[in-house]
Every structure is written in structure tokens, then in C-alpha cells.
Design a protein. Structure first.
Ligand SMILES: [Zn+2]
Ligand SMILES: [Zn+2]
Ligand SMILES: [Zn+2]
Ligand SMILES: [Zn+2]
Lengths: 168, 168
DNA sequence: AGCGATGCGTTACTTTATTACAATGCGGTT
DNA sequence: AACCGCATTGTAATAAAGTAACGCATCGCT
């Protein structure tokens, strides 16, 4: 994906859009990616991803678990945690540290560790290109002799849509 | 503090140093800062800060609580959480989202929200200048119409000291 | 001394996450 | 088919992290 698409991705997340298509495409990409890797998209895993894909919000593990249990899957925490961990490991979902929650990845297959933009008004989460940010972090760290291996970058703020609606 | 001092700060955290002096100075600065603000550095609060200042590691709330309880303070979670929250609010300690833990601020009085560098080998945590990183994040977000209000920037990696000791 | 605000301690509880183990199902081999 | 090994799913039980609610002591002020 070319870099300039990321602007679009952020806007597309927060602005009204055909989300059914949005979710459907993400699910297809996820399935394709797993097939490549020889990993299995079992019913619980698929359903977990679908649940995350219902909105652009992040969901807590127990919120996901309630949904799964209601649909006949197991009702114990490991059921949700395992499915979520699988999705995260395979790059199909992300974990948000600030929220203790998980969000579906909207464009998997591009092995990435993005920066997250969390709107405090509508709670939606967008992924932003982390490269320039990570570069700045890596540079600052390198000056102190520190080698960055993994970075957590999460921003809380206000999205354009909510701002336009007059949210302070 | 001039910006170039930050390099020093990172190195000083991970390299062997006179930590007694290091902690003592941070405590003095903290007390001075609170006096300015008219906030009270009560015994629990002071002791909590001292405990955090014993090392450059981040500590969980319950780890702090155990220490406080052993020294005659209350043994219920709110005791630790309140003291820690007070310190964070007044800029004397930081919360690390990735770790669910708290670390003393080493140079309070400069109202800052730094980036954190966490060494996966020695567990020490250093504060790095967040300005350039935050700028990059703000710019990326702005292109998508998102206004960043608070940023969480935490890096996991290897410090110079551990690298020099041959840790992979 | 009287009074309101702050701080500290407790009990009780919620939310989040992990460990351990049993049962099932699925591929590949014999 | 019968067998094995392994991934997967389910359960119970427990740990770890965080919050709510309330009473009492203490501080700062009038
Ligand atoms: Zn969508
Ligand atoms: Zn919004
Ligand atoms: Zn030190
Ligand atoms: Zn180290």
C-alpha cells in the first residue's frame, strides 16, 4: 500500500462509509493471508474477527467473550483470549494497551505495527502510518544508545468527524 | 532543561551511576515542586515515591503496596493506587501502559509527557524527549483530520549497557 | 472551638488475564 | 480401519489489576 493511502485510511475510518464492504474486505484479506501461512481460521476465530469487524471500536476481551458465549461457543475467558491472541499474532487484530482492548486490523497482509488514533468522542480507532513516528523514536533512542525493538504508539484525541459535529 | 541533555539522561539511566545521589536529587526536586503548588507530600506519598526511586524499574501497584504494608501503612489496594495517582497527577511519576506499572520521574518540574524506553533485559526505564516523536505523530494524524491530545509512546528494546554485556 | 476539605484506612467488589487439565477433532502413518 | 501426535476447544480455578463506598482522623482556616 502506498504511503499516501494512509491519509485516506484514517479519514475512511472515522467518516461514514459502507462499512459492510469495509468489514467484508478485511475478512477476505484475513482469510487469504492465513491460507498463505497455513494457519486455520476456525469457527471461533472467524467469528471473533467478525465481531471485532462490526465496528471500528476496540472491544474488551470479555465483551467479545459475551458475544461468543451467546452464540454457543465456550463461556470461559480463555476462549476469547486465545482467539484474540491468535488474531493478533497473525496480524489480523491489534491490541490497544491504553484500553486493554482489541481492534480488528483493517488492512492485514502488510505486516505492520501501526500507530493508533483513538477518538475520545466516538471511540473509533484508526491505524496510522507508524514509519515516520517510529523513525523519530528510533533516532532519539539511538542517541542514548538504546535499540528500539517494538514500539507502542497510541494517541487519544478527536477525529475530524466529531470535531465537525462541534464536539469540543 | 536543554534538549541535548536528554541523551545524557538516557545513558545515565542505564549506565552504572551514583544512584543514591540520583534518587535524592529527584526527591528534593519533587518536594520543591509540590511546595510551589501547595500540594502535600504526606508520609505515604513520600514513601511511595522513595520506593519507586530505589531503582529505575517500573513497579506494579501491588508491589508498591506490599512494601507500604510491610512498613506499617495500609494494606489495601486504594492506599497504593491513591498515592501513585497523586504522584502521576503532580508529574512525579509516570504510568507505563505496556507494563501496568509505575516509575518515578527523574526530572520533575518540567511538565512533560516523555517517551519511555524499556530495556527488556535489565527492565530499567528511561525517559526520552518526546517532542520530535510527538510532532511526527501529530503531523501524520493531522493529515487524516485527527487532533492528537495525549500520546502514549513506549519502546521496548535493549539498552546500551545490556548490549555491551553481550545480551542478544 | 468549630467547620469544611483533604487524606487515609477499611470492606467489598469489578474487571482483566493466566494456569492447568480434560476432551475433542484432524492429519498422516501403519 | 486402527493408531498416533498435535492443534484446538472447552472447563474449572485462580491470579493480577483496578474501583466504589464509607467512616474516621487530621489539616487549615475562621
Ligand atoms: Zn469500516
Ligand atoms: Zn470521533
Ligand atoms: Zn539513578
Ligand atoms: Zn538494559
Amino acid at each position: 500500500m502506498p504511503d499516501h493511502d494512509h491519509d485516506h485510511v484514517i479519514a475512511a475510518t472515522f467518516a461514514p462509509h459502507d462499512h459492510r464492504e469495509c468489514a467484508h474486505r478485511a475478512l477476505d484479506e484475513a482469510a487469504a493471508r492465513l491460507a498463505e501461512q497455513g494457519a486455520r481460521l476456525t469457527p471461533v476465530r472467524r467469528r471473533t474477527l467478525e465481531i471485532l469487524l462490526e465496528s471500528h471500536r476496540a472491544m474488551g476481551a470479555y465483551e467479545v467473550l459475551d458475544r461468543l458465549a451467546a452464540e454457543g461457543f465456550g463461556r470461559q475467558p480463555p476462549v476469547a483470549y486465545r482467539a484474540l491472541e491468535f488474531l493478533v499474532t497473525h496480524g489480523l487484530a491489534h491490541r490497544l494497551q491504553r484500553l486493554n482492548a482489541f481492534a480488528a486490523c483493517l488492512h492485514p497482509g502488510h505486516d505492520h505495527h501501526p500507530a493508533f488514533l483513538i477518538c475520545r468522542s466516538c471511540d473509533k480507532v484508526a491505524e496510522a502510518a507508524a514509519a515516520p513516528i517510529r523513525d523519530a523514536l528510533t533516532a532519539v533512542a539511538a542517541q542514548g544508545g538504546f535499540r528500539v525493538e517494538r514500539a507502542t504508539i497510541e494517541a487519544l484525541g478527536l477525529c475530524a468527524t466529531c470535531a465537525a459535529e462541534g464536539v469540543a
